[in-house]
Design a protein around this ligand. Structure first.
Ligand SMILES: C[S@@+](CC[C@H](N)C(=O)[O-])C[C@H]1O[C@@H](n2cnc3c(N)ncnc32)[C@H](O)[C@@H]1O
Length: 268
């Protein structure tokens, strides 16, 4: 398909089917080209999460599924980090790399194109995050394990994911998603954090309006999209997605957990 050129500043990880990913992620591009943040979060909520993650000068920070890079760029504006934003979509990394030029960064940021799941386990980070792509490791639990395994003792982790609203009766949840479908709850999240020996620092819960705003922008993106043909009806897809949100918002909420891995960093 016709698409922009991948900037030289983007590193392609071994085994990545670049041409295939341009094609696969074209619908996401049509529905997100107007977003700075491809999640139900705004600038203030990213700052809140960064306050708790506290990336420090000299630390290495990995953001898996970094989208347009806004979270990592804010971290690199705060501190002299060595940041890496990894994503499987060439579209989002082309935009992230362009956006980085307009920012007064104190640290450095690299952009890696590849599958989060294929990321080398031997690489260890001081701060590891994944906001809104928990499917890569099959949910909150797998994502926490994957990031904890790649984070130094003393390091911090942030995971953005959906969960059922705390305190809802099972019948209310089942009336929306059907009996037998298990959704992650706050209690599940806390149990998994404890089981993995991690210390909870903070849980950000997105206001419903932020989630609605995200979907309004998805519809506006699809309606105004003029880029290469995404080979799907993006307008219809954006509206169907918004309808799903109208159903899900009755029982689900968007959260970001920030946790710490106990211990002290080992000096190099
Ligand atoms: C909901 S967006 C979140 C983007 C970003 N974290 C943000 O908050 O703006 C999900 C991102 O996951 C990326 N993605 C999907 N599958 C992936 C995979 N297997 N490995 C890495 N990134 C992936 C998509 O390209 C998209 O940028």
């Amino acid at each position: 398909m016709f698409h922009p050129t991948l900037p030289d500043s983007v590193t392609v990880l071994p085994g990545t089917d670049v041409e295939g990913e341009w094609e696969r992620f074209a619908p996401f591009e049509a529905m997100h080209h107007l977003h700075d943040i491809c999640n139900p979060m705004d600038a203030a909520s990213l700052e809140e999460v960064l306050d708790h993650l506290s990336p420090a000068d000299g630390e290495r920070m990995l953001d898996v599924a970094c989208g347009h890079g806004e979270f990592l760029l804010r971290a690199a504006e705060r501190s002299v980090i060595e940041g890496v934003g990894l994503d499987l979509s060439p579209w989002v990394l082309a935009r992230a790399s362009g956006r980085a030029h307009d920012r007064a960064l104190r640290g450095t940021v690299e952009w890696w194109l590849g599958d989060g799941n294929a990321l080398d386990r031997r690489q260890q980070w001081d701060v590891s995050t994944c906001l809104g792509a928990s499917w890569i490791w099959h949910g909150f639990s797998g994502t926490l394990r994957a990031l904890a395994g790649r984070t130094h003792p003393g390091g911090r982790i942030a995971i953005g994911d959906l969960r059922t609203k705390t305190g809802l009766a099972t019948e209310v949840v089942e009336a929306v998603i059907g009996a037998g479908t298990k959704m992650t709850t706050e209690a599940d999240q806390i149990e998994v954090i404890r089981e993995n020996g991690l210390d909870p620092i903070h849980c950000y819960v997105s206001p419903e309006e932020a989630w609605a705003g995200y979907h309004r922008l998805v519809v506006e993106s699809a309606d105004t999209y003029q880029g290469p043909d995404p080979a799907v009806n993006a307008r219809a897809m954006a509206r169907a997605w918004q309808e799903e949100f109208e159903r899900d918002r009755r029982i689900l909420e968007w959260t970001v957990w920030i946790v710490r891995k106990p211990g002290h960093p080992v000096s190099p």
